[in-house]
Design a protein around this ligand. Structure first.
Ligand code: MG
Length: 432
């Protein structure tokens, strides 16, 4: 049932609404609207100048109207008088084709037309660092293998518990929190849900973690590889397709308990993996996480090749249990909406075109990867990934207006990076 925002504001004591949309670079853009004005704004949307955001617009374009989705309402746990609303950007009376939440909704409609509903869970790793960003925030967090370090986890109990309490209050059903494999790194898990709900929660989670960290004099970062010798921030995604209450990926008679449908979906992810990297690994920095050398802890925990396996964390795709698989490619910079949209688009293509993922590889890819011919390498940098996306007819056709807009803006970003003169370059070239 759709929420009436005027009534809800009165009932729940909401004084302001944040009408928020996520642009192509994953930045959340918002207007803070007093509850007295939400009635009109809920229908017409809040107005924005599109060129001032990453939506691939010009200064001459008319207003973008961000129309809030009342069902996405989340009261800020740390300031309940403010209600956050995910919004869909419209222009000239139509949804903007390249706006990430619209892109995802289109893929969801496409799946629904074929009788499928994708459900996902995301594992958002993050670091707690110093406010200036130069180092981790806990000088005592120095173990070589810091994963699950009880002492370091509990030194951050106050901030982790505040976030977890918030997740419980919001009804997301959080079930575990831990110290991850890098010094200063944490992960908090909540229950999987439909793709749109997970995307909205993923977007809000990033905003919430940053906000609560800031209030405690810390800084949270989801940057894919903030420290070169430490494990990076992944965003592993667990995927299944459903029809009503039935998980269509489960099949007791199938290989590792997965259905033929699941393997086609998985085959679609493998088929488009290079192009998907442009979306799931969207920054220059992303490519220092995938393809990485072992970190101080002994492993990067990220993939380098397009391979799949059983319960083994050295491949692109892991099948941990007979009801889903885990895509280990995405990182903390992935746009929450485009992440889900990209996976769904590639997976649906796998079903329609019956993509065969080939044989499962049950080897340690970190030590034995060189011994197998199978498994092409992932793109080595953002430019290679953008070229793969440009060449992908699957994603080009399925993601529509997103792809040219995304390629244009990301190429600008790559060019800005390429013009940058790094200290490494000077050190290695001054005496050439
Ligand atoms: Mg993890």
């Amino acid at each position: 049932m759709t929420v009436d925002l005027e009534v809800t504001a009165k009932e729940r004591g909401i004084r302001y609404f944040l009408i928020s949309f996520t642009d192509l670079f994953g930045v959340q853009r918002a207007k803070l609207v007093p509850a007295s004005a939400i009635g009109g704004m809920a229908k017409a949307g809040a107005a924005f100048a599109g060129f001032a955001t990453w939506l691939d617009m010009t200064p001459a374009d008319p207003d973008v109207f961000a129309i809030p989705d009342p069902d996405s309402l989340i009261q800020l746990p740390w300031k309940p008088e403010v209600g956050w609303l995910a919004a869909d950007p419209w222009m000239n009376g139509k949804p903007i084709g390249q706006a990430p939440r619209n892109v995802l909704k289109r893929q969801i409609a496409e799946a629904a037309a074929q009788g499928y509903e994708m459900k996902t869970g995301v594992e958002c790793e993050f670091f707690l660092i110093s406010v200036d960003g130069s180092e981790i925030s806990d000088a005592a967090d120095r173990q070589i293998k810091p994963c699950y370090d009880q002492q370091a986890l509990m030194r951050r109990y106050d901030v982790i518990a505040e976030i977890c309490d918030a997740l419980q209050g919001l009804g997301w059903h959080p079930y575990q929190n831990d110290h991850e494999d890098a010094n200063g790194q944490f992960e908090m898990n909540w229950q999987f849900d439909t793709a749109l709900k997970t995307a909205d929660r993923h977007a809000f989670f990033k905003y919430m973690v940053r906000s609560i960290a800031e209030m405690r004099g810390l800084r949270a970062t989801f940057m894919p590889k903030p420290f070169v010798d430490l494990t990076g921030n992944g965003c592993h995604v667990h995927v299944s397709l459903w029809k009503g209450a039935r998980n269509l990926f489960e099949d007791g008679a199938g290989e590792l308990g997965l259905s033929a449908l699941a393997y086609k979906f998985l085959g679609g992810i493998m088929h488009s993996a290079d192009a998907l990297a442009a979306v799931l690994n969207p920054t220059v920095n992303s490519y220092k996480r995938i393809n990485a050398a072992p970190t101080l802890s002994g492993a990067s925990w990220s993939p380098s090749s397009v391979t799949y396996t059983g319960n083994n964390r050295t491949h692109l795709i892991r099948i941990p249990e007979p009801d889903r698989f885990e895509i280990r490619l995405a990182d903390g910079a992935a746009n929450p909406y485009l992440l889900q949209a990209g996976i769904l688009a590639a997976g649906l293509d796998g079903i329609v075109n019956e993509r065969d993922p080939g044989k499962r590889l049950d080897i340690n890819m970190y030590t034995e990867g060189h011994t197998v011919a199978a498994g092409r390498k992932l793109p080595l940098n953002l430019l290679d990934a953008l070229r793969a996306l440009e060449g992908s007819t699957v994603l080009g056709e399925r993601l529509g207006a997103l792809v040219p807009a995304y390629l244009k803006l990301k190429r600008q970003e790559w060019d800005a990076y390429a013009r940058h003169l790094s200290p490494w370059e000077r050190e290695h070239t001054l005496d050439c």
